[in-house]
Design a protein. Structure first.
Length: 678
């Protein structure tokens, strides 16, 4: 009940106090007459079946009294009668049920007596019969329908609903759960309801095959291993190709850095050291025999720990699954292995792909260890930023790539939905989940997306997204809009490169964008972790205000309203498509409305570092810690190449993406702090 309702109810009660006080003696006599006539004592059982109940503390019990029709003609008289019983029996609360045609009064009494007593007349409670218990359940169901915004049926229809649910729905629910929901994570039995983000009315014919990657001509091996660690993937690939460095050397360098800086960042779950040495050795042997697999040949990388690799733990960041080893090979891992890449670590995912909190701690931002990385691709962003891996694979359902990339100052591509197969990857929502690269440069993102894209036969939502070569897009022919929240430096740099830029606003009438995403994400997640919730594991979850709260709320989303949300999503997609009159637009990558809209539509975005600003409350002695500033370059679905081409053009004229966080300074501070006695 709202405060206004409580106030109105109190005013009504106070307004009739004088009238009731004047008739107290008369009412006392009426009570005796009623009890003698049999209205008290025999009616509670019937009343229990007809009166609407609500949950009350265990110390309380609801007791009922029947009021004959002739007394119901006077509500004030009925309330006065009610108050007399309440006063004499220690009532905690009293209610007048005016909604039920039988007009019963209910009382909430402390459990200190087994009956009601007034002037020596007792009304004993009687346990309801079986049929009455069923009616009582129907009344509870009618109350519960309020929370589904569906309390539109009379009590007889609700009884029918309850009977049908018990006899038909519940057995079907249990049969389906037994069939497909006994294992958590959504790794098996994908939904047949497939989302296709393609906007093309007719299939656009584009050149098939891989991109033509530019050679990092003239790349030379630095003397300092620190400098090697911050080279781009294309530069490292050139060192490998020209045999200036071996894959085994690179694996050693990056494993050393992972172990060194993980102490402060808490960004690595598992070091895949044996696998890395084996894969690096194989890459070197292939090159010695004259076989070069391409730009990822022998390049170390990390995987977000929701991506399964045989023989290694895939923990999903959760204490419930911290010892889980999945006997399956993720599709994206297969693609990278085929390209010659070397896995050096399973990197932190926030627990069950939410935020940056996991069973081993909380991942920090390399640019400022007093901040956290956000998530849920916390490990991929932090490790790439700190030069612990040249690149990593993360995922996004609703901001899990864009937020940590922005916080940690790295470049990422959230690709068009369906670009990368998800077999072997923990699922939140089959119509929202996407895998994408986290790198230092947009060019590296282009290389990696080219090598991991394609249709996954076991992922119905994946498809052959036909992309043009971003390395050969003529950006001077592009029309690019910029939103009011765009970083203007990006706009000015692209304009200087010949891009046609102008103010732009993406318009749509759908106001419930955020709730559509929440409905979709939470209900789908609950379907994938139904067993987890039913088994009580939510009580062990690392952040109780996150998934546990959202998944409990998801239990109250009716199937019909979930479908209505998807229809509203379709309307949103139609309106966004109609409004997207440019080749790309520039805007804030972490604005929550745009994060929700972009993921619901399946729209690609490249996040690029665009500068720095001072941290809040910097020390007087000065610090190298900074807050990163980023921007998003958005393109229509299936046009990732345009966003990548624009991002590469911007980075060719700036060096924000080449800056290194003060990780050594922060590690020294961390070690000093942890060596001090408590």
């Amino acid at each position: 009940m709202s405060p206004s309702q409580r106030q109105a109810r109190g005013d009504t009660a106070r307004g009739s106090t004088a009238h009731r006080g004047s008739s107290t003696a008369l009412l006392a006599a009426v009570v005796v007459l009623l009890s003698a006539a049999g209205f008290l004592g025999s009616a509670p059982a019937a009343a229990a079946a007809a009166t609407r109940r609500r949950h009350h503390p265990r110390a309380m019990v609801t007791k009922y009294i029947y009021v004959p029709p002739f007394l119901c003609l006077s509500p004030s008289l009925s309330l006065s009668l009610c108050e007399l019983f309440a006063f004499s029996s220690g009532a905690h609360k009293l209610e007048l049920n005016t909604e039920d045609p039988t007009n019963f009064l209910s009382f909430i009494f402390t459990e200190k007596k087994g009956c009601l007593s007034l002037f020596g007349v007792e009304a004993h409670l009687v346990k309801p019969a079986i049929g009455e218990e069923e009616d009582d359940k129907a009344l509870h169901l009618k109350d519960a329908l309020d929370f589904l915004d569906a309390n539109i049926f009379n009590i007889s229809k609700v009884r029918e609903m309850a009977k049908g649910a018990k006899e038909l729905n519940v057995p079907a629910f249990r049969a389906d759960r037994k069939l497909v929901a006994s294992e958590d994570g959504g790794l098996h039995n994908p939904s047949v309801l497939v989302f296709n983000s393609d906007w093309s009315k007719s299939k656009v014919q584009r050149k098939t095959g891989g991109f033509n990657y530019p050679l990092a001509a003239g790349a030379k091996r630095p003397i300092n291993e620190e400098d090697i660690a911050f080279m781009s993937v294309l530069e490292l690939g050139e060192l490998i190709r020209t045999k200036q460095i071996t894959s085994q050397e690179l694996a050693r360098i990056f494993l050393t850095r992972l172990k060194r800086y993980n102490r402060v960042l808490e960004a690595v779950v598992t070091f895949t050291e044996d696998l890395a040495h084996s894969q690096a050795k194989k890459a070197d042997e292939l090159l010695e025999r004259g076989t070069y697999l391409g730009p990822l040949h022998g390049i170390p990388y990390g995987l977000k720990d929701i991506i399964s690799v045989p023989m290694y733990k895939t923990t999903w960041g959760s204490v419930t699954f911290k010892d889980q080893v999945l006997d399956m090979e993720a599709w994206v891992y297969k693609r990278l292995r085929s390209a010659g890449a070397v896995l050096v670590g399973k990197l932190v995912s926030g627990s069950l792909a939410y935020d940056d909190i996991w069973f081993g701690g909380r991942t920090r931002n390399p640019w400022n260890i007093k901040e956290f990385s956000t998530g849920s691709s916390a490990g991929p962003a932090a490790c790439t930023s700190a030069g612990m891996v040249p690149f990593a694979i993360g995922s996004e359902t609703a901001g899990s790539l864009t937020y940590p990339a922005a916080r940690c100052g790295v470049t990422t591509l959230r690709p068009t939905f369906g670009t990368v197969g998800r077999t072997g990857v923990m699922s939140i929502s089959e119509s929202l989940d996407k895998l994408g690269p986290v790198c230092r440069t947009a060019a590296d993102c282009a290389v990696i997306i080219d090598l991991i894209r394609g249709r996954d036969p076991d992922d119905p939502s994946s498809r052959e997204v036909s992309l043009e070569d971003p390395f050969h897009v003529d950006i001077t022919k592009l029309r690019v809009g910029y939103l009011k929240d765009a970083e203007m430096e990006v706009v000015h740099v692209l304009a200087s490169k010949g891009v046609k830029v102008f103010p732009f606003e993406l318009s749509y009438s759908v106001e419930s964008v955020q709730s559509i995403l929440n409905f979709t994400m939470d209900v789908d997640m609950l379907a994938h972790f139904d067993n987890w919730q039913r088994s009580g594991h939510e009580d062990d979850y690392e952040a109780q205000d996150q998934w546990p709260v959202e998944l409990r709320r998801a239990r109250l989303v009716p199937a019909v309203d979930y479908i209505q949300a998807q229809r509203a999503r379709g309307k949103l997609i139609h309106e966004v498509r109609k409004s997207f009159t440019v080749d790309a637009f520039i805007g804030n990558a972490t604005d929550w409305e745009k994060v929700c809209m972009g993921n619901l539509v399946g729209m690609p975005v490249v996040v690029v570092p665009t500068g720095f600003k001072e941290i809040d409350d910097p020390p007087k002695a000065g610090t190298r810690r900074r807050t990163t500033v980023t921007s998003g370059i958005y393109a229509p679905p299936d046009h990732d190449h345009i966003a990548l081409a624009l991002a590469m053009a911007y980075q060719s004229a700036t060096d924000h993406h080449k800056q290194r966080p003060p990780i050594d300074e922060e590690l020294d501070e961390f070690l000093v702090c942890h060596s001090c006695p408590n």
